[in-house]
Design a protein around this ligand. Structure first.
Ligand SMILES: Cc1cc2nc3c(=O)[nH]c(=O)nc-3n(C[C@H](O)[C@H](O)[C@H](O)COP(=O)(O)OP(=O)(O)OC[C@H]3O[C@@H](n4cnc5c(N)ncnc54)[C@H](O)[C@@H]3O)c2cc1C
Length: 591
């Protein structure tokens, strides 16, 4: 069966060598010194390997079951959830006034990675709760915050997010669930939501559903959508639980992966619901939850690739097949291990260089979010907003690609369930779909984010790369292998952005290239992260760092990314430049 070990050295490298977190002028960051982050991450790493990872296959095989209207989670989930809660892992970045530890979001992100790698389905119960916490924190009333946040922070109660209905997923303006105001009390919510992650379960005393619904008589379409808190059990004024609310589980969906997470049809029947924020401004409140969730989903993508990669490396070292073309490497054995073969190496290098670049990119995104939230820095807010669809779309596409690439290392054994490799691919697959399917992320990127604040953040990103290149010119180690490829890739990205600006007359041209642009930009972001990582690793070596092997490996892995992955930007640009002609050439009937 697969195993998992948290890549603790790499977490430390990204946080301290690359991002230099403790030197950032962001409230709370000065406390993030190496010893502190190391102690925290080592603990959560142990929890992930020893408690969560062994339950991953259990969750996959057993799944969740609906018994007498209540969802039962797989064997061991409840005890593990209690352990996670009691360890305070669900509340690392929650406000101290609500029982959290008040740490920065970047620390939450770093601590989240091993838990997601070890058991993605399990971690979703607390992941959704974290999102519900953030939405209420940002838009709830003081009374709502006092009532719900402490319990959500500790995961004594968990949260869900209810957008999707049978006839509407992407196009939420079509929503039918309604919330009717009452003369003598809260709204009454009626309708059906489908595909609701962690919709019901036996892990917590109460479930706080955040539900989008329309108030009758409000504006049409998406502008008429409001957000409501609908608890499974009504919470009395003294905070104790009262009657069961009018919400029930219709069924649990059968699905391709994340079997340990209950994906439910939720029926709301005149359920008591409390409006969050202003009426008809529900999307604004829900976006707090969705944007954070999108970063979390990007993390899901690469974290599945990471755990799959770790197991593929072990297998490639163990499995004996064929001989190295340059001469036997294991002459005493019947054959050489798979890892001698260049094509296996290529595959593993693709995975490794992606995982580490993706980690740096995601932690950087989390740090930008901290900067935006804790200092009110509008540029950081704009930049992370620009990056969000790329983190979500690119990292989940590639995460799935490399989870299946890791399966390939196992040959037929990767396809056989006994080895556990197919679960990583099956679990990773959903990340490309939920929180807005990746095609829609690309649409958001090209249709909205590029032009955000007059294109200021896009320009800011180009400028950031230009400055980095200029500041490091003459650095021999960096120039040829890192700066030159980054310059070329960034030029491709600028050319693509220019193309979109000129394609306003025919929006089909822009939207036919949006997916390629999301990938083009993803590569540029990872290329930028690799250039920064290589610089940091070189500096550590110059400073006589003890672990030279780690830093040398880092630089060699970065060189691989720059040489073998980053040139993909040229292909994406070439496709973008062809516009909509060939894409839209057929009539619907010709398909
Ligand atoms: C396991 C699982 C868990 C989920 N968890 C939750 C949850 O907790 N809460 C929740 O509310 N929902 C959840 N969802 C729903 C999920 O977010 C939606 O499935 C997703 O947003 C896509 O909506 P849809 O399935 O209706 O697809 P559609 O909206 O019908 O889209 C189908 C395809 O068309 C594309 N498309 C749609 N519109 C456009 C357009 N304008 N331009 C270009 N392409 C377009 C999409 O990219 C997609 O590929 C979950 C789904 C699954 C499978």
């Amino acid at each position: 069966m697969p195993s998992y070990t948290a890549p603790l050295k790499d977490y430390q490298f990204v946080l301290h060598d690359v991002l230099q977190v403790s030197q950032q002028d962001i409230p709370g960051f000065a406390d993030l010194d190496r010893d502190f982050t190391s102690a925290v991450l080592e603990e959560v790493g142990k929890l992930s390997s020893n408690v969560l990872q062994p339950l991953n296959a259990v969750g996959d095989i057993e799944g969740c079951h609906l018994e007498n209207g209540v969802v039962r989670t797989p064997t061991g989930f409840k005890a593990a959830f209690d352990q996670v809660r009691e360890g305070g892992w669900t509340a690392l970045d929650a406000e101290e006034q609500y029982g959290g530890q008040g740490l920065p979001y970047v620390m939450h992100t770093a601590a989240n990675e091993p838990m997601v790698s070890a058991n993605m389905a399990f971690n979703m119960y607390q992941g959704l709760t974290h999102g519900a916490y953030s939405a209420i924190l940002a838009h709830g009333s003081d009374a709502q915050k006092d009532m719900f946040l402490p319990k959500l922070a500790s995961c004594e109660w968990t949260g869900t997010m209810n957008l999707t209905e049978p006839h509407c997923g992407t196009d939420l303006g079509l929503m039918r669930t309604k919330a009717v105001p009452q003369d003598d009390g809260p709204y009454r919510v009626t309708g059906q939501k489908i595909f609701i992650s962690a919709g019901d379960h036996d892990l917590a005393d109460n479930i706080i559903h955040l539900v989008l619904a329309k108030i009758p008589g409000g504006p049409d379409g998406i502008k008429g959508v409001s957000l409501f808190i609908v608890p499974k059990f009504i919470v009395k004024d003294d905070g104790t639980l009262g009657d069961r609310n009018g919400v029930s589980v219709g069924k649990i969906e059968e699905k391709m992966g994340i079997h340990g997470n209950s994906t439910c049809v939720m029926n709301y029947d005149e359920a008591v619901g409390y409006l969050i924020g202003e009426a008809h401004k529900g999307m604004r409140a829900m976006f707090v939850m969705m944007n954070e969730a999108r970063l979390g989903v990007g993390l899901q993508g690469y974290s599945q690739s990471e755990v799959a990669y770790q197991n593929a490396v072990a297998y490639a070292n163990d499995r004996l097949q064929g001989r190295a073309v340059t001469g036997a490497q294991n002459p005493a054995g019947p054959a050489d291990p798979l890892i001698v073969h260049p094509d296996i190496r290529r595959n593993l290098m693709d995975q490794k260089s992606f995982n580490e670049g993706a980690r740096a990119f995601t932690f950087w995104g989390a740090m930008l979010l901290d900067k935006a939230h804790k200092t009110g820095d509008k540029d950081a807010e704009g930049l992370v907003s620009l990056m969000t669809p790329v983190i979500k779309g690119f990292l989940t596409d590639k995460g799935f690609e490399y989870a299946t690439a890791a399966q390939q290392v196992y040959g037929g054994h990767g396809y056989i369930e006994e080895w556990g490799m197919s679960q990583f691919a099956r679990d990773a697959r959903i990340a490309m779909i939920y929180e807005g399917a990746n095609g829609v992320q690309a649409l958001d990127l090209v249709g909205r984010k590029l032009a955000l604040d007059g294109g200021k953040h896009l320009m800011g990103f180009f400028e950031m790369i230009k400055t980095f290149i200029k500041d490091n010119e003459g650095n021999e180690g960096l120039e040829k292998d890192f700066l030159d490829p980054l310059k070329a890739a960034s030029k491709d990205m600028q050319a693509a952005a220019m193309y979109f600006m000129g394609s306003m007359k025919n929006p089909n041209n822009a939207l036919s290239g949006s997916y390629d642009f999301m990938h083009l930009m993803g590569h540029v972001c990872l290329g930028y992260m690799w250039a920064r990582s290589a610089k940091a690793a070189m500096a550590a070596l110059e400073g006589n760092a003890a672990d030279t092997a780690f830093y040398e490996t880092k630089i060699a892995t970065g060189r691989y990314y720059m040489a073998r992955q980053l040139p993909a930007t040229a292909l994406h640009l070439a496709r973008i430049n062809t516009g909509a002609g060939t894409v839209m050439a057929l009539d619907a009937a010709q398909f």
